[in-house]
Design a protein around this ligand. Structure first.
Ligand code: CUA
Length: 161
């Protein structure tokens, strides 16, 4: 009888130790293929000391690249985003292409599936669609120093006439 109890205790520990990694793997697969959540892609490299001369980042801002398609080219630095306001019409698909000029920053956009780490030297990219007019706050979510909390901006989705 005692042997059976020990066996059950072992089982009680072994089962979770198998179930937890299996559960994590399933969560990974479901979020990657079902919910479309991806590890922010490394969209290239850039010399952070030469952003002013580098295409994409020499003129940060919003560029129309097609009908209702925009590219937001963003440079993060202590402690601001350039640009810190992005205006697009409702129904737009926006590719956010961003990098950091100095240290590690973040880019978390509320109400959209966009959450990037902005590393100096790396280009981060994510795309979101904005169907309804409104405002979406984006902010730096990597602690980057004394004025980290002031580092934010917004995407303004305007109603179409
Ligand atoms: Cu930039 Cu926190």
């Amino acid at each position: 009888m005692r042997g059976t109890t020990i066996y059950l205790f072992e089982l009680a520990w072994i089962l979770p130790s198998v179930a937890i990694p299996v559960g994590m793997l399933v969560a990974l697969i479901v979020t990657a293929y079902g919910a479309g959540i991806q590890v922010p892609g490394d969209a290239g490299r850039v010399d952070p000391t030469r952003l002013a001369e580098t295409a994409l980042f020499n003129e940060p801002g919003v560029v129309e690249v097609g009908p209702l398609r925009y590219e937001a080219r963003i440079v993060a630095g202590v402690w601001f985003f350039t640009p810190n306001e992005i205006r697009v019409p409702a129904g737009s698909t926006v590719s956010f292409i961003a990098t950091s000029r100095d240290i590690v920053h973040g880019f978390s956009l509320h109400g959209a599936n966009v959450n990037l780490m902005l590393l100096p030297g790396r280009i981060a990219r994510a795309t979101a669609r904005f169907d309804r007019p409104g405002e979406h706050l984006f902010l730096c979510h990597e602690y980057c120093g004394i004025a980290h909390h002031t580092m934010f901006g917004k995407v303004v989705v305007e109603a179409r006439p």
